[in-house]
Design a protein around this ligand. Sequence first.
Ligand SMILES: Nc1nc2c(ncn2[C@@H]2O[C@H](COP(=O)(O)OP(=O)(O)OP(=O)(O)O)[C@@H](O)[C@H]2O)c(=O)[nH]1
Length: 190
Amino acid sequence: MAGRDNLKKRKIAVLGSRSVGKSSLVVQFTENHFVESYYPTIESAFRKTVGYNGTQYECEIIDTAGQDEYSLLSAKHAIGIHGYVLVYSVTSRKSFDMIQIVYDKIIDFCGVMDIPCVIVGSKMDLQQSRQVEASEGEQLAVANKAAWVETSAKNNLNVGNVFEMCLAEIEKHTPQPEPNPDGRKGCFIM
Ligand SMILES: Nc1nc2c(ncn2[C@@H]2O[C@H](COP(=O)(O)OP(=O)(O)OP(=O)(O)O)[C@@H](O)[C@H]2O)c(=O)[nH]1
């Protein structure tokens, strides 16, 4: 069991166009099964505690309703969120184009230069219907200083990686206390 000092709470929001597989990704990660049928999400929260890099993280994952270019970003998708998972489907060019739009809305809303973020190309098992190449996903991530990965919730490929990468991105953006001269870590006054 992790002590309290070794348990960090992290809130992650999952955004992207409708039907790209956001819920399937979150359900595969938190409940270890694949949802074949399609139920549009209004909004749901999932929890899972994961060990990563020697630390236990209590993750609260917010699965949102699909966005389009006209959706307004809600404050609840920005305030208190530590990291973002932005999902497009490799079978939908339109959903890929939505990623930059959603990303820009978030940084605008938060008033920051960049955010801890993983860009996810979902449904990589559907190779026959691919519309977005892996290299395009990678380039988009580099341009936005984000991480990137392709997944299949159906075949449980890279699903756990998405959330580990998101925790890593959050850590990268979290200022570390300066060590004291004697090597011990200092503390922040919040
Ligand atoms: N082949 C394949 N199908 C998938 C995969 N992930 C999701 N799907 C299917 O895509 C459809 C939409 O998946 P959802 O997870 O409901 O999509 P969503 O993004 O949560 O949709 P909204 O709630 O409308 O935003 C469902 O029929 C899923 O079974 C995948 O990795 N491979």
